[in-house]
Design a protein around this ligand. Structure first.
Ligand code: ADP
Length: 411
């Protein structure tokens, strides 16, 4: 890496999409050492279809968003198209200013507790984890291979969704099932969204004017996927997702916690196949299963019109959230803040108000005006008298990946 190489390309490769951001981590580039200035952002959707879409915004040049529709056959073609867009703005991947490519990798098992420079052995290990992350790791691997082919000389770094949760104590991570069976098949609670939980818990400490080591935070990452975590002094001690991202909170399309016997029942009594049950619980459950909509804006609109199904779906969603706030208060013993983040957590004031309603005995309260105010900045929504702070803390997984990647390659 040359002294001038301060840019990091962040890639988040899904099964049919690639999201990317190019950031400049140079402290002189405008935003201070930890800021990371965004030079370009974009995404490729519907890879492998006739109607693939590449949307690219060149922030560095102040240019408008450019959208290109047309078939993009695979991840290699997608990344080449992204590289061409970046080149057109003078930000090409061949630039000596590019220091590294940081990849979001969903499952790092127990081995990867920190960001890791990707070599053959690392890639083999990510591949070995495919059975526990069949939907995500294969796409991440394809993204890595494609990026390696484009810039074989450049460090490629894997930042794992599971890494932040590897500090969970064994009694929180283990399921109470036969130990030999669990160990033989690596069945345990890994947790996901770790990059977001790490970033948001740190930012929450900053908002409180404290060092992360001094505060206990409950982070509620409420996007389409949703998870809660209990973070004690900067270390994750429990999280709601488990072996897969299906466990825990009610999500957009996933059931979250459920009696596993429901799955036996669906197979034995309802005659569903393994795959049917998988699709039901991951894609046709949660808010969408309960009321037909998974967008919280639409659900609130329907509630305002008196729609009872939407209201019940909302109540079930909130009830589960409350249970996790209570459980993690007990796990942490002392809570300094509850932080809401991601699409729903950052934008849906009624969700925040309902989740904390009636929890005054636990030191929690919401100030209606602060909760209703809109802002992209971390902010408190609790009144001054509240013993436990309630906060909205926008997440930024790409920035966190870029920072972790740059810290590793510039060390
Ligand atoms: P993911 O990354 O898991 O796809 P996001 O964190 O982007 O999800 O969250 C998407 C969800 O956020 C949407 O499904 C919608 O329910 C919710 N959302 C986004 N904007 C708003 C808003 N203004 N009000 C309420 N909910 C919102």
């Amino acid at each position: 890496m040359t002294a001038t190489a301060t840019r990091v390309l962040v890639l988040n490769s899904g099964s049919s999409s690639v999201k990317y951001q190019l950031l400049d981590m140079n402290p002189d580039s405008g935003g201070g050492p930890a800021a990371g200035t965004r030079l370009a952002v974009g995404l490729v959707e519907r890879i492998g279809e006739e109607t693939s879409l590449l949307a690219h915004t060149p922030l560095a040049t102040g240019g408008d968003k450019r959208e290109t529709e047309g078939p993009i056959a695979d991840h290699e073609a997608a990344l080449k198209a992204v590289a061409a867009e970046l080149s057109a703005d003078g930000l090409g991947l061949d630039s000596p200013q590019l220091a590294a490519i940081g990849h979001r990798v969903v499952h790092g098992g127990l081995k990867f507790t920190a960001p890791t420079v990707i070599g053959d052995a690392v890639l083999a290990e990510i591949e070995r984890l495919v059975p526990v992350a069949p939907l995500h790791n294969p796409a991440n691997i394809t993204g890595i291979r494609t990026a390696q082919a484009l810039r074989p000389d450049l460090p490629q770094v894997a930042v794992f969704d599971t890494a932040f949760h590897t500090t969970m104590p064994e009694y929180a991570a283990r399921y109470a099932i036969d130990v030999a069976t669990a160990d033989a098949h690596r069945i345990r609670r890994y947790g996901f969204h770790g990059t977001s939980h790490a970033y948001v818990s740190r930012k929450t400490a900053e908002l409180l004017g404290k060092d992360p080591s001094e505060v206990n935070v409950i982070v509620l990452h409420l996007g389409n996927g949703a998870s809660a975590s209990a973070v004690a002094g900067g270390r994750c001690v429990d999280t709601s997702m488990g072996l897969t991202p299906l466990e825990g909170l009610v999500m957009g399309t996933r059931s979250g916690d459920i009696d596993p016997a429901v799955t036996f029942h669906l197979k034995r009594v309802a005659g569903m196949s393994e795959d049917d049950v998988d699709v039901l619980l991951n894609k046709k459950s949660g808010l969408v299963g309960l009321c037909g909509d998974n967008d919280m804006r639409e659900i609130r609109r329907r509630i305002d019109e008196g729609d009872e199904r939407a209201e019940l779906a909302f109540d079930i969603y909130i009830h589960r959230l409350k249970k996790y706030i209570g459980a993690y208060t007990a796990v942490l013993g002392r809570v300094d803040a509850v932080a809401f983040t991601a699409g729903v957590g950052e934008n849906a004031a009624p969700v925040r108000a309902a989740a904390l309603a009636g929890l005054e005995e636990m030191g929690l309260a919401v100030d209606a005006d602060l909760n209703a105010a809109r802002s992209g900045e971390p902010r408190l929504i609790s009144p001054e008298y509240a013993r436990v702070a309630a906060a909205v803390v926008p997440t930024d997984e790409e920035l966190e990946i870029a920072q972790q990647t740059y810290a590793l390659v510039s060390a």
